[in-house]
Design a protein around this ligand. Structure first.
Ligand SMILES: [Zn+2]
Length: 334
């Protein structure tokens, strides 16, 4: 039976998100350790999930972060004293206003999230077929020297870097969060042997207006207006999985559950069953899969989403099929 290694983040305290600005509105922070509890509960309900602690060492964590982010940026984050909450305007994404504050607890949590992602990638490099970093805060909006949208350090890029250094390359990155991964795109652009595909909502708000996508060669950036039909979306996921898998030794999946109905930062209306089909498609690629948790803030749906994903990944034949999955199956059978 297939096995999924769930890598559990070391949890801190006083590290919940405070607020996030969307356009002109300042919204209450929705990212907290409660998300990790729900995500883990959903995964552990599946018998094929084994839990291991994030145990990548401090040296490798530091070296990986230094290889991705600017030293001046990392030093500034580390310099935030406990008890202090600051907005560091100079480290907003180029052309955008700062949208989140920083405090010592959030920086510590972001470091633990990166450690969790690095551990998942290390397990993959060590022979595991499926690993899932249950981590927070998300990371895909964090760039070389910027923070945004709850993200301070880029965990997916840290996983990619870990795989490449271990000789597992080329790597394909599939970002299925609701939002465009502006940080990941900037970080992996100079990396040889790494391609990024993102499926996300239009309009893309985390790039300066007028930015043309895709930005890099080999990048696929597919935006959907409004809440897409799940089958149409899954068809595009399948195209990306096939294209990425054709040129990769492993896939890193930035998985966001903010595409489900009721997400406080979302606008789409997917049900958790979409993630069963995504899991199934990833399993059918035959490649090792390293999942990095990005967004997803509807606390009462997260366990159903992570469980649905594990079901599709681990029981590709037994799990219930969506209309899209049934159609694919008939096509394959013909
Ligand atoms: Zn998101």
């Amino acid at each position: 039976m297939a096995e999924l290694l769930m890598i559990e983040q070391r949890r801190g305290s006083d590290d919940a998100a405070l607020w996030v600005r969307e356009g002109e509105r300042r919204l209450p922070g929705r990212d907290s350790n409660l998300r990790l509890v729900e995500l883990g509960d959903g995964l552990m309900r599946h018998q094929g999930v084994r839990v291991e602690a994030a145990d990548a060492g401090n040296d490798v964590l530091e070296a990986t972060l230094r290889s991705l982010h600017e030293g001046i940026y990392l030093d500034a984050l580390q310099g935030v004293r406990s008890g202090e909450t600051v907005v560091i305007a100079e480290f907003a994404p180029p052309g955008l206003e700062p949208d989140i504050p920083v405090n010592a607890g959030l920086v510590a949590a972001a470091r633990e999230a990166a450690r969790t992602a690095i551990t998942a990638a290390q397990r993959l490099a060590g022979g595991a077929h499926f690993a899932y970093a249950v981590c927070r805060p998300p990371g895909h909006h964090a760039g070389p020297d910027w923070l945004a949208g709850y993200c301070y350090l880029n965990s997916a890029a840290a996983a990619v870097q870990t795989l490449c250094e271990a000789g597992v390359r080329p790597v394909g990155i599939l970002d299925l969060d609701l939002h465009y991964p502006n940080g990941t795109a900037a970080l992996v652009e100079p990396m040889a042997d790494v391609s990024l595909h993102s499926l996300h909502a239009a309009p893309v708000t985390n790039l300066p207006p007028g930015t043309f996508l895709p930005r890099a060669q080999g990048e696929r950036a597919l935006a959907f207006d409004g809440s897409p039909d799940p089958d149409a979306y899954l068809e595009q996921v399948a195209i990306s999985v096939a294209e990425l898998a054709a040129g990769a030794e492993a896939l890193v999946v930035s998985l966001g559950y903010d595409t489900v109905a009721g997400d406080p930062h979302g606008s789409w209306a997917f049900g958790p069953e979409v993630f069963t089909e995504i899991g199934r498609q990833l399993a059918s690629s035959g490649l090792p899969i390293c999942v990095i948790q990005e967004g997803g803030y509807a606390l009462d749906s997260l366990a159903a989403c992570s469980h649905a994903f594990a079901t599709g990944l681990l029981d590709p034949i037994l799990a219930p099929f969506s209309a899209y999955g049934r159609k694919r199956r008939q096509q394959v059978a013909r």
